[in-house]
Design a protein around this ligand. Structure first.
Ligand code: HEC
Ligand code: HEC
Length: 356
């Protein structure tokens, strides 16, 4: 009798656990999602094993904004990637869990899905899916561990069915690092230029530059021989206003490569000539998200222009385009007027990018 009772209790418990972990009762009707890409931007390459779906993006967006993703559930990806600041954070160095100061500046996520080069200032990961692991485990950022995070998500009152809707999983046990990363990467791929900046409109013939903007444009892209070359457009090239490449743009006042505090790309390649090279950031929305550079050393665009105009500091691998430019005060102002036309306010205000 006693044995029978114990047997019944055990099987009841098992059923209950199964009921809790079984997700097949919830709907899975994947709808593919088409990016609304403006005519002056190219198509995006999406990995075959992580197609964009409406529910995948919704889940990624929720995870991106949810502090559940940090060790003590206090900060999220959005703490350092804020839509109002084109997904940067307005600080020279990122501030992570427990208010700890990181070693580099946050990076914009605008057009991140187009990035065909490795990610981060030093290029230490190659895909958005792979990238997610880094902030989650970084002791200066979210300082979490996958095991605990997965448990939190499995026991949550909403996430299991959201993972089901996004990926068709059948039990909560299938919630794992792979799917968490895939969902966040899907959301990130939706963060694209709206095609409504003044510059976009000028390209399509829907607006015209002021005289100062035009002069700035001509110098930025070295279009005419009778104006000084600002050289910017070689590295901050159309349509993303970056080539995504790693360069030494001469900001560090040292003579010897070994004196670089942050060795940048070298940390990944171990090639000495990569010391002090960092990823070229996009200039779209640069006007609204100072401070600038991997360590946030410049507070204003004027300081940035003064740096480039001076020719910067020379080490053996400083890019040859970094040289005294000879821009007058007026011409520096005009280059900045041109950079202002790259501001994409529709991107900053797009309701589908905000906290869900
Ligand atoms: C504490 C602040 C902080 C948090 C939290 C944070 N990031 Fe970042 N993010 C940064 C910093 C700083 C960098 C640049 C780090 C480097 O290059 O070493 C960066 C870089 C990136 C990049 C690379 C961009 C590029 O152009 O190469 C991506 C993508 C990214 N973060 C996504 C995320 C996601 C997704 C999350 C949440 C899972 C997240 N970040 C959480 C600060 C943060
Ligand atoms: C040789 C390539 C090269 C040229 C030419 C160049 N840049 Fe850069 N730019 C870079 C790199 C690389 C970085 C990042 C360096 C770092 O953080 O250490 C950068 C960073 C910037 C930033 C900071 C963006 C941010 O989000 O932090 C601004 C603004 C900028 N450049 C504007 C310009 C302007 C304006 C010109 C022309 C006067 C110019 N650049 C010319 C390669 C270049």
């Amino acid at each position: 009798m006693l044995l029978l009772l114990i047997g019944q209790a055990l099987s009841c418990q098992k059923e209950e656990i199964e009921k809790k972990t079984d997700l097949t009762q919830f709907p899975y009707q994947p709808k593919s999602f088409e990016l609304n890409i403006s005519s002056n931007y190219p198509d995006m390459r999406i990995p075959a094993d992580n197609p964009l779906t409406v529910d995948g993006i919704a889940l990624g967006r929720k995870l991106f904004y949810d502090p559940i993703i940090s060790r003590d559930s206090t900060i999220s990806c959005a703490s350092c990637h804020n839509q109002d600041l084109s997904f940067k954070d307005g600080k020279p160095l990122a501030i992570g869990i427990d208010g700890q100061i990181g070693r580099r500046s946050s990076m914009s996520l605008l057009n991140i899905g187009y990035n065909s080069f490795p990610l981060f200032w030093d290029g230490r990961v190659s895909t958005l899916e792979e990238q997610v692991d880094h902030p989650i485990n970084d002791p200066l950022e979210l300082d979490h561990d996958w095991g605990t995070l997965k448990e939190k998500l499995k026991n949550h009152n909403q996430y299991p069915r959201l993972f089901r809707a996004a990926f068709g999983i059948e039990t909560v046990e299938d919630i794992d690092e792979d799917l968490i990363s895939k969902a966040i990467a899907q959301f990130e791929r939706t963060l694209i230029s709206s095609g409504q900046s003044k510059y976009d409109k000028v390209l399509r013939g829907e607006a015209t530059f002021t005289d100062d903007e035009l002069q700035g444009y001509l110098m930025f892209f070295d279009v005419v021989p009778d104006l000084p070359d600002a050289e910017c457009g070689h590295c901050h090239a159309e349509p993303f206003f970056t080539t995504f490449e790693f360069k030494n743009n001469g900001i560090e006042n040292v003579t010897d490569l070994n004196q670089f505090v942050d060795k940048g790309r070298f940390e990944v390649t171990m090639n000495e000539l990569d010391i002090g090279k960092f990823k070229t950031p996009s200039l779209i929305n640069a006007m609204i998200n100072p401070p600038y550079m991997h360590d946030g050393r410049f507070q204003t665009m004027e300081e940035v222009l003064d740096h480039y105009n001076s020719g910067g500091h020379r080490q053996i691998n400083t890019d040859p385009l970094i040289q005294p430019l000879g821009l007058s005060e007026k011409q520096k102002f005009q280059v900045i007027e041109f950079i202002k036309t790259l501001t994409d306010s529709n991107f900053l205000e797009n309701p589908s990018y905000s906290a869900p």
